[in-house]
Design a protein around this ligand. Sequence first.
Ligand code: N01
Length: 486
Amino acid sequence: MKRRPRVVIIGAGMSGICMAITLLRNGFDDLTIYEKADRGGGTWRDNTYPGLACDVPSRFYQFTFAPNPDWSHFFSPGPEIDAYFARVASEYGLPARTRFGAEVTAAEFQDGRWSLTTANGDTDSADFVITATGLLHHPRTPHITGMESFAGASFHSARWDHAITLSGKRVGVIGTGSTGVQIVSALAGDAAHVDMFQRTPHWVLPIPNFRYSRAGSALYRGLPGLNRLAYRSLRGVFEWFAVALIEPGQRRDFIETLCRISLSRIRDPELRSALTPDFDPMCKRLIISSGFFTAVNRDDVRVVTAAIDHIEPRGVVTTDGDLHELDVLVYATGFDAHAFMRPMKLTGRDGLTLDRAWAETPRGFQTVAIPGFPNLFTLIGPHSPVGNYALTAIAESQAAHILGWIQRWSTHEFDSIEPNQQAADDFNAAIHRALPGTVWASGCDSWYLGPDGTPELWPWTPDRHRTMMSRHDRADYTLRRVDAGE
Ligand code: N01
């Protein structure tokens, strides 16, 4: 007789939606999603800045179980992606299974079950907890002397203030990562003037973003196999690209050549030199933008390379003494990529807290589990980002893997499961041995790097991650039964 697990998923973003649907499609329907915001969508709900788009093509950045024939662009805009996830979630009835405005503040494993508490004092319990709390979720705003004195509007890119109109305004953007580049490309020509404050130039690859014609969309609607073909073809491209990230060789050289050739689109040699990084392409995340070089060629867009000294009411003062007068200042300064599910207080077996387990740096096992935390799984957890691969694909294989363990629980193979410490140590040691060959460790600073300066990414091919997720090796885990011990 099978038993029915009660599952709590924390987070109703892309990966939480993926996990919930994977469970429902396999008959596990005793599940609740906790979402701290008033609606789901995760990163696509939080980021609403002008120019927001996904830098993974839409026909790959989608669920295989919910192909969308109607993507408007090769790289579709953020609101369209947000609407896609909302539609898929609704089709599977997820809103009715979600407690919105309910932030889980604590979860503790006691007597073989998880007990959860929310910020408003509600409690719940579950056989399994699955965290789907996102990776780039906590905005990072630097402290700059005088920033609070700025007289205009200022906000982080992930907290966009839509009450402020930017047309005809002087806008400053601090940060030259994917976000800053997308914002500057979108504002050029609309704002009166854009100052982009650059601490470090990033490599930009201008891949054109074409619009699907009506006939093209009709073809995708009429021939579902075409969507699958597009998905597989793009997956192949990203797998080719992943090899360039993880080992030196011709592929890496080829991308470097493309990036260097692309820079010739910047007309002014002085600006071109200022925008040429002194580290290898892809060491920081490679920026995909078709509009950035066009934007910086404009007279009303200026890349400010002098360091920021301080901020005063009228604008930003750089170390060369220049005052850059501004009406609006945007911090496109990135995210804390190492917080994961924190500040939630997680307490596993024998009172082990996540803060203690992760005192040095976040570490898990095979990207989905943590020693000492039985019946807890993580989506897009430590070492999950697989290069520039679609996180939707990673989440799908992780969800299928987690489902496999829950199915085994339902057939009474065990009551609790957690990875062995030795298996996790071996896994992390292998990652650390592989990382030096990756481009992320080739000598630049980025959000990929953990506190000890090593990249916290998957250092092998996406295929290896998929294969690992397709296996369930009991030897790596401690499986306990309530009646019989281990
Ligand atoms: O953040 P970042 P992001 N003074 O950390 C600068 C994903 N994403 O939001 O390079 C001055 O890359 C910092 O300078 P430096 C994507 O995975 C995806 O742009 O450290 N500058 C850097 O230039 C991406 O990689 C999409 O010297 C300061 C910038 O701020 C990830 O999100 C779209 C500073 C931060 O760059 C993060 O991108 C957008 C300071 N005190 C983002 N502090 C998609 O398409 C920081 N900076 C899906």
